[in-house]
Each structure stands twice: as C-alpha cells, then as structure tokens.
Design a protein around this ligand. Structure first.
Ligand SMILES: Nc1nc2c(ncn2[C@@H]2O[C@@H]3COP(=O)(O)O[C@H]4[C@@H](O)[C@H](n5cnc6c(=O)[nH]c(N)nc65)O[C@@H]4COP(=O)(O)O[C@H]3[C@H]2O)c(=O)[nH]1
Length: 522
C-alpha cells in the first residue's frame, strides 16, 4: 500500500469509527433519555392516579358526613346533636370538624361545641352541582394560618383535614387537588401547591410537558374533583454527569463497532471508478519516475512519470486504472495531477534544463482545448521551461490524429517534446507518422528481448527500426533489462535513448533525486 493511499484509507476508517461513535453515543443518550422520561411519566401518572382515588375518598367521606349531620333528627346544636355530630366525626378520618351554619355564620361544631358568638363563614369560592359550596381559606377549626378546604351543603359544613393529603407526598413530586366548575370553567385549589396550570389545561389535557417539567392531570367528568401531579423532566433518570458519560461511552463504542463492521461491506460497495475518481480528487495517487538514459554514456537525460494507485482492495496496475479513467471521462484529471505532482516534486531539477519529464497522455487530453493554457499557467507558476515537459502518446491514442493535430502543433510550438509511445504495437503508417512529427519514438518493450540475440534478424524489429530511421526523430528503446541489451544498443544505436530495469526501475521522487545527485558527483 502506498503511504498516501493507506493513510487515507486509515483516515476514512477513523472517520467512520468516529462518526459511529458519535452516532451511537447520541442515539444511546437520546434512547436512555426517552426511557428515563417514559419511566418518570409513568411514576407521575401512578401518583396522579393515587391522588385521584384519595381525593375521591375525601369528597365521598366529607359529603356523607355533611348529609348525615343534615339528616340528624335532633334540635340543631343541642347536646344530643353535638354528641351525634361527634360520633359521626369520629368515624370520618379525613374530616377535621363538622358544624352547623346559620345566616352564613358557624354556630356550633363537633370539635368546638356551641359557640358563644357565631363565626362568619367565608363566601364560597365555587358552587358545584348539587349546591355544594366550596371555599378554601383559614378557619378557626384549623389552628395556625393553614388554609383548609371547607365543603358546605345547605346549613352544614365540614372542614377537610389538611394534613391527610400530605401523607401521600412523594419525593421530587408536587400535587394539586383541584375543585372545578366545569360549566363556568373555573377552579379552586383545594389542597397542595399551585402548579401554574390553567383551568383549560386541567379540563382538556392528561399529559403536559413544559419548561423542563412534566405534568399528569386527571379530571374524569362529570366530577368536580381533579388532580395534577408534577415533577422535573428527568435528565438521564436524574443521574449524575458520570452516569451520563458512561451511557454515552457505552453507546459510542457500540456505534463505532457497528460502523467498523460495515467497512468491508462499504469497500465492496464502492465502484472502482468512484474510488479512482475520489483518489484523484484527493491527490491519493502516487507518481513514480523511471530514468531515461543516453545509451552511449548512460547519462540520465530524462524520466517518465508513471501513476500508481492503491485502491481499497490493494494496488491496481495503470494498465487497468488508466483505461477506467478514460472510459469514465476523467483521464484529464489524472493527467493534470501527474503534471502538477511532477512539477512540484522535480521542479528544481527541471528548471536547470538538464532533465525532462515524460507525461503519459490520453487522446482526450489532446482533444481538451483548455489543456495547453492550463499547462502554461502551471509552468509559469513553477518557473519550468516548456522543453522540460514531454508528452507521450500511444499509437492507439493517435487514432483521432486529425483532431489532435492542432494541440500537438500548439504544444510543440511552445517548446514541448511529443513522443510516440509503445511503437510497433499499432498500425501507424509512415505518412501519418511524418505528418504528426514526433520528437522521439519509443520502441515497445515487447521487442526489446530480441536486441542482441540471434533471433533479431529474423524478426520484424529491423524493419521497425528502419522505419524509425526514415523519420527525423530519435529512438527510445523501452524495457531494457540486461547488460547484453544495453551493450548492443550502445554499439548498434549510438545516440538512442533507453529506459528499463537495467538502468533503473520506476522510483519515488526522493530516490530519483538522490540518484541524480550521486550521478552528478560521480
Ligand atoms: N517488463 C518490464 N517493464 C518495464 C521495464 N521498464 C519499465 N517498465 C514498465 O513499462 C511501462 C512503461 O510505461 P508505458 O509504456 O508508458 O506504459 C504505461 C502507460 O501507458 C500507462 N500509464 C502509466 N502511468 C500513466 C499516467 O499517468 N497517465 C496515462 N495516461 N497513462 C499512464 O500505463 C502503462 C503501464 O505502466 P507501468 O505499469 O508503470 O509500466 C511501465 C513500466 O513500469 C522493464 O525493464 N521491464
């Protein structure tokens, strides 16, 4: 794996894992939060239900007591009447006192007996169906300033024991016991705390969530009794920051593991051309350089730039990915990358004028009218002369030579060299070759093994070489692998250029610069 490609692949995996972690953590926190909110609401609903049952008991007990006192046959406030009231009160655990009222004033009660001076009763806050008058306020029947709920039907009134509902208190929760007049949409707080709910909310809603609070309301029609319970909305079941972090970390790790499990699948899913295009756009293509030497003295006069791509599945040869880029119409992006990289990596040597770099181009590059001007800008920025850049066209790519002629002529006029690559594998005619006028013709490496061997004379190679000789062009022999081949060339083709493993394999820029430096000193 090339350094850049593997780094990107690792970068992608790290990004995927990070995204999985973040997603998992967020999802878990949300999920746990939702679960916590659900649990809190359930607890609150349970509390509201309990309050309603208890409220109904209070209402039933107080109303029964009042009606029984009212139905008492004895003379009002007589000793027997008081005794009777006390007996009844004794059996009503939720009621503090019961008494008789005359002209809106309390005249006697079970707890206080006959009053020397009648005590005025507060005006009713609400009258519900059945002439039940309800008031809430301080009363002599309850010591201190504690307000109490008084139910009055006709001439009998009962004070509800204020402490009895508080026995239902639950930690972290508040409640309201409400008496409502459904017809007029009015209500009175009978016991508990004012939770700030308006009568419409109490009558029409069961669940309310606002300002970080949860409310559960129970107000079954047609009764006048309603209850509401409230609690702060939970932040992760009300647990601390540490627990929250633990949940997030656990969920995050699960998310990351899941994301990583997807990596092989994602890799398989990505089409090779999509991977290649992305690699080119990100600059995840490496460029290596192979020396081009003068066969007479072995001097390095140039290099050929060759692209290298490490896909997600491993290295892909250029014979495969270059045609892929051509088929999908983005080979021009690859060419521009190779030009930019060559200028950036070898710029200093190319400026000296004693080295040139060969760039492989496809037909599409020479049909792209914007290419020559783009190229000129790159050269201007890099301060590299046009002579330092050669373009290598294959015989196959010159098929559309009529249309390419303009670009070839323009580039040659600017000083660039144009090479014909892989010569001998196509069907180039002499007239065609002389019209395009190449600065050099590169003999395909398929023929190189014949050089210096006995089979040479019987082969087509002498004819090919003779054809090259008739053109005013230079010969470049590709694929020189042995001393014998190099020796043959030095003797038989002085002045030719050659390229091959014998002189040097394609190598990264740093290695090439070291080699060039050593040759200079040597
Ligand atoms: N057996 C043998 N092989 C040798 C020897 N010396 C060099 N080679 C190989 O021969 C090929 C020479 O490049 P090419 O003919 O332009 O052929 C190139 C070229 O047509 C194309 N290519 C490579 N890079 C690019 C690019 O950036 N753009 C375009 N359009 N085509 C490219 O892919 C082809 C293959 O490139 P590579 O696989 O790099 O293969 C290179 C090189 O590694 C040798 O002594 N023996």
């Amino acid at each position: 794996m090339t350094g850049r490609a593997s780094a990107t692949s690792k970068h992608m995996i790290a990004l995927l894992a990070a995204a999985g972690f973040a997603f998992g953590a967020a999802l878990t926190v949300l999920f746990v939060h939702a679960a916590a909110a659900g649990a809190a609401r359930e607890a609150l609903a349970d509390y509201a239900g309990t309050l309603l049952v208890f409220g109904r008991r209070i209402a039933a007990e107080s109303e029964t007591l009042v009606r029984e006192v009212a139905a008492s046959p004895g003379e009002a406030c007589s000793a027997e009447d008081l005794q009777h009231m006390r007996t009844l009160l004794f059996g009503a655990a939720l009621v503090r006192d019961v008494g008789r009222i005359r002209d809106d004033a309390l005249v006697c009660s079970a707890a206080l007996g006959r009053l020397p001076t009648p005590v005025p009763m507060p005006a009713p806050d609400l009258v519900t169906p059945g002439r039940r008058a309800v008031s809430v306020g301080t009363t002599t029947l309850v010591p201190g300033d504690e307000p109490a709920l008084v139910l009055r039907i006709g001439d009998v009134g009962a004070v509800i024991n204020p402490n009895v509902v508080r026995a239902l208190d639950r930690a972290g929760m508040d409640y309201s016991l409400l008496i409502v007049d459904r017809a007029r949409r009015r209500m009175v707080l009978g016991d508990g705390r004012d939770l700030g709910l308006d009568v419409d909310t109490v009558l029409d809603r069961r669940h309310v969530s606002r300002n970080g609070m949860l409310y559960e309301v129970r107000c079954p029609p047609p009764g006048a009794l309603c209850v509401a319970a409230a609690a702060a909305a939970p932040s992760l079941i009300g647990q601390g920051q540490g627990v929250r972090l633990a949940w997030a970390a656990g969920g995050g790790m699960l998310g990351a593991a899941f994301a990583l499990a997807l990596v092989p699948w994602l890799r398989r899913r990505r089409a090779p051309e999509a991977q290649l295009r992305q690699a080119i756009r990100r600059g995840d293509i490496d460029v290596v350089y192979q020396p081009l030497v003068d066969v007479t003295d072995g001097r390095i006069v140039g290099v050929e730039a060759l692209a290298r791509w490490e896909s997600d599945e491993g290295p892909v040869p250029p014979d495969v990915f270059v045609p892929l880029a051509e088929q999908h119409g983005f080979v021009g992006e690859l060419t521009r990358l190779v030009v930019r990289r060559s200028l950036a990596e070898l710029g200093a040597r190319l400026r000296t004028g004693d080295l040139h770099v060969g760039i492989n181009v496809a037909a599409a590059d020479f049909l792209d009218e914007t290419f020559p001007d783009w190229l000129q800008r790159q050269l201007d920025v890099a301060g590299v002369p046009a002579e330092a850049l050669a373009f290598e066209l294959t015989e196959r790519s010159t098929a559309d030579h009529a249309n390419m002629l303009a670009t070839i002529t323009a580039l040659r006029a600017r000083g660039h060299r144009i090479y014909l690559d892989d010569f001998g594998t196509g069907y180039s005619s002499l007239s065609y070759l002389s019209r395009l006028h190449f600065d050099a013709v590169k003999l395909d490496r398929a023929f190189t093994h014949l050089l210096g061997s006995d089979a040479l004379t019987a082969s087509i190679v002498p004819q090919i070489l003779a054809m090259i000789d008739t053109l005013d062009t230079r010969l470049v022999v590709e694929g020189v692998e042995t001393f014998a081949q190099a020796e043959f060339l030095a003797k038989a083709r002085p002045g030719a250029l050659a390229q091959g493993w014998y002189y040097g394999k394609p190598m990264p820029a740093e290695a090439l610069l070291v080699l060039l430096g050593a040759r200079r000193e040597g």
